[in-house]
Write a protein that binds this ligand. Structure first.
Ligand code: UDP
Length: 375
């Protein structure tokens, strides 16, 4: 008899939702994490009375009512709506691409005028691709130009994307840009999903609620005592890097990481919005996050005299850094598939989350999967 039913490696959202369900099903779990805190990348640190998203901004959005009801059963969510602003060479544009953006870009006033402008640019690109015998956009650059035209691609996509991914837009998969909505209404809501918000009191409340009554250990590295940990439980839920789990036998997967430059500023309201993207290539950071706007609205912003901002610098991941984004290009996908075929044979291990599945998941995807795996 082993001591635990499940050893859960990683106290991020996948591990925490799984642990919650397993506990409810009467299973005995141990959750371990090598960091000094629980919550993985949704962990927040309170600075100057503000919940600072320590590992990058997280905005929960979903169209799945079951997922939304589940997270709200753990903690109530606020009415935050993500509406980032892009700064290109000092001029501000609304995101995602909508009538506000089109009117700022071209001075157009109606949806028909905007459509005509985009269609004109799209037609040129389509003609060029046709001449080359290309049926479907092969990469992010082609996809973006076909979606929204050349002007917006140049001002709001090209520089930002190449900074974020450290790769040329014509070397990146098209699907990345399909995340962004295009709308012919004046609507700056970044997401198309039916539900969105931030947990009232911050993400730590969500994690604490999920892991309430579950045995946890932080500052513990699974790989440092692997054999011992593996002998403790009937099954393992692994949420770390899948290539590390298999000792990098097929080579290393690549990730992007983010370096945050945090600053406490002696003003209550620095940029008037939670997210401002800097879309030109010449500015080294991708975006500036002002954390208080995730949880303080309108006059509430002035309730704390200071503010905390994070500038995000995107770089290639190296050993010792935190991996954030899987790089789902062809080369990495091929490598991942080899690891995945090993994982499929591994009956006593459940692999879940962005790192173990090497997928650019959002939080709601993670919750959905963690709610559906068999306990
Ligand atoms: N993107 C862009 N310009 C922007 C914001 C996003 O070109 O101002 C592109 C970029 O390629 C990025 C992708 O859209 O990788 C997805 O952006 P999202 O904001 O969804 O990324 P996340 O918040 O997950 O980093």
């Amino acid at each position: 008899m082993r001591k635990y039913d499940y050893l859960i490696v990683g106290a991020g959202l996948f591990g925490a939702v799984f642990a919650y369900r397993a506990k409810k099903a009467g299973k005995k779990c141990l959750v371990i994490d090598k960091r000094s805190h629980l919550g993985g990348n949704i962990y927040c640190e309170n600075i100057e009375g503000i919940n600072v998203h320590k590992y990058g901004a997280h905005i929960f959005h979903t169209s799945n009512k079951e997922v939304w009801d589940f997270v709200n059963s753990i903690v109530e969510f606020n009415r935050y709506t993500n509406s980032p602003v892009a700064n290109y060479k000092g001029k501000l544009y609304n995101l995602p691409f909508n009538m506000n953006t089109f009117s700022q870009m071209w001075g157009v006033r109606t949806p028909d005028e905007a459509k005509a402008k985009i269609e004109e640019q799209r037609a040129e690109v389509a003609a060029m691709l046709k001449k080359q015998g290309v049926a479907e956009p092969r990469n992010l650059e082609e996809q973006a130009k076909m979606l929204i035209g050349t002007d917006i691609y140049k001002c709001l996509i090209e520089g930002y994307t190449e900074k974020q991914w450290g790769r040329k837009c014509n070397e990146l998969p098209a699907f990345i840009i399909k995340r962004l909505p295009v709308r012919f209404v004046f609507d700056n809501n970044y997401f198309n999903d039916k539900y969105q918000g931030i947990p009232i009191g911050g993400y730590n409340k969500l994690i604490e609620g999920l892991l309430d009554g579950v045995e946890t250990q932080t500052g513990v590295d699974f790989f440092a005592s692997r054999a011992e940990f593996e002998s403790m439980a009937e099954k393992i839920v692994f949420t770390g890097k899948i290539d590390e789990f298999y000792d990098y036998q097929f080579g290393k997967l690549e990730y992007r990481t983010v370096r945050f430059e945090n600053e406490i500023i002696d003003t209550p309201n620095y940029q008037g919005n939670a997210v401002v993207n800097y879309t030109e290539a010449e500015i080294p950071y991708t975006r500036v996050i002002e954390h208080k706007h995730f949880e303080m609205f309108g006059e509430e912003v002035y309730q704390t005299p200071k503010t905390v901002v994070s500038r995000e610098y995107s770089t290639e991941w190296k050993d010792g850094m935190e991996p954030y984004y899987p790089v789902n290009d062809d080369k990495n996908t091929q490598t991942y598939l080899k690891y995945q075929s090993l994982a499929k044979e591994q009956k006593n291990v459940i692999f879940g989350g962005r790192l173990a599945e090497y997928k650019y998941y959002d939080m709601d995807d993670i919750v959905e999967i963690a709610l559906s795996v068999q306990i």
